[in-house]
Ligand binder design. Structure first.
Ligand code: ZN
Length: 345
């Protein structure tokens, strides 16, 4: 039990002395379960300049007098503290600009978590972080200029800016530079150094901020009908079997509702099934101790001539892409709820 318990024990709606008016004031009793929570409450009380009658500690509930206009903020911030033990799942798309079909996946997830909620359990008990456009400049460029642009749009890599952009999925600080290119004109150019790019820095900040609660990181790409996991050098994480098992379950859930024209998903270590890679977001997140970190490669489109057209998909597939992938993400989320690190304490 980690939640901070908060309830008011006194509500003043009258003047209790001739010159003292306490209309709307409330005395709250606060129960904390550990020292960390006590420190958070103490910090909040100090910040709001509250009149603390008794400091909360794991051994004794606290008492604090809160003026009416501050009650809403006080309650919401204490409640938000209370939520810091939920597991976190992060979904991300468009780290590679041209992989447009990945965006419906994250937008569909938002729809199912905010508007059309069919799995309330996943909303109430998980904190979701969803980054739909991880490479905004590149995404815009792929719309405005070159449809198959993959990198970001950073400059300064060549003297005349002949070639711009960094492959963001080679720019993260895990095995940086081992199996990527240091040639700026390459599609796999890794940048000047690990985390040289603002986009990868932004992802790193989010991940580090929540690293102790982040249980599942799901980076959606296109294409291949495959769920990949680390590491890019072929060395498996210590929980490799679990990572593989959860990926298989996700794949099976998607296969159960996919279009018959699409192949079944496969699952595997990225180096063993694809190639050695370095500097991926997936490996970085896995490397800082997040239990489950995946690259999810969406299916390719097969045109009338039965040839694969890569990241270009039939517009009819867009909604299906969101629907079927969400079926898989839900399986991963349910696994997290049953097996998060918090449950094992
Ligand atoms: Zn990609």
């Amino acid at each position: 039990m980690f939640k901070i318990v908060l309830f008011f024990v006194l509500y003043f709606s009258f003047s209790i002395a001739k010159h003292e008016h306490y209309d709307g004031y409330v005395v709250y009793q606060i129960t904390v379960t550990d020292k960390q929570q006590a420190e958070r409450v103490y910090t909040l009380e100090n910040e709001l300049l509250l009149d603390v009658w008794l400091y909360a500690a794991p051994t004794i509930p606290g008492l604090v007098l809160v003026p009416g206009p501050m009650r809403e903020r006080f309650q919401s911030e204490v409640a938000a503290i209370g939520d810091t033990n939920k597991p976190v799942i992060m979904l991300q798309s468009l780290l590679h600009a041209r992989e447009w079909v990945t965006l419906p996946v994250t937008l569909y997830a938002i729809e199912k978590l905010v508007i059309d909620i069919t799995d309330k359990n996943l909303v109430d008990n998980i904190d979701w972080i969803i980054l739909p456009i991880a490479n905004p400049d590149g995404y815009e460029f792929s719309h405005e200029h070159l449809r198959f642009w993959r990198k970001n749009r950073s400059t300064g890599h060549t003297i005349t800016n002949l070639c711009v952009g960094v492959d963001l999925n080679r720019n993260f600080g895990y095995n940086f530079g081992l199996w990527s290119s240091d040639i700026a004109c390459s599609e796999a150019y890794h940048g000047k150094g690990p985390f040289s790019e603002p986009e990868s820095q932004a992802v790193r900040s989010i991940v580090l901020e929540h690293s102790n609660r982040l249980e599942l990181y799901f980076d959606v790409h296109s294409h291949g009908s495959i769920i990949l996991y680390g590491y890019g050098d072929g060395i498996l994480p210590p929980n490799g079997l679990t990572i593989h098992l959860v990926a298989v379950r996700i794949a099976q859930a998607i296969d159960a509702v996919k279009w018959p024209s699409k192949p079944n998903y496969s699952v595997g270590n990225i180096a063993l099934t694809f190639a050695n890679v370095s500097g991926t977001a997936m490996d970085y997140v896995q490397g800082i101790g997040v239990p489950l970190s995946y690259i999810h490669e969406m299916p390719a489109h097969r045109n009338e001539n039965n040839s694969l057209t890569g990241t270009l998909v039939d517009p009819d597939y867009i909604e299906q892409a969101g629907y079927e992938t969400w079926e898989g993400i839900k399986v991963g989320a349910r696994w997290v709820l049953e097996n998060s690190r918090r449950n094992k304490h």
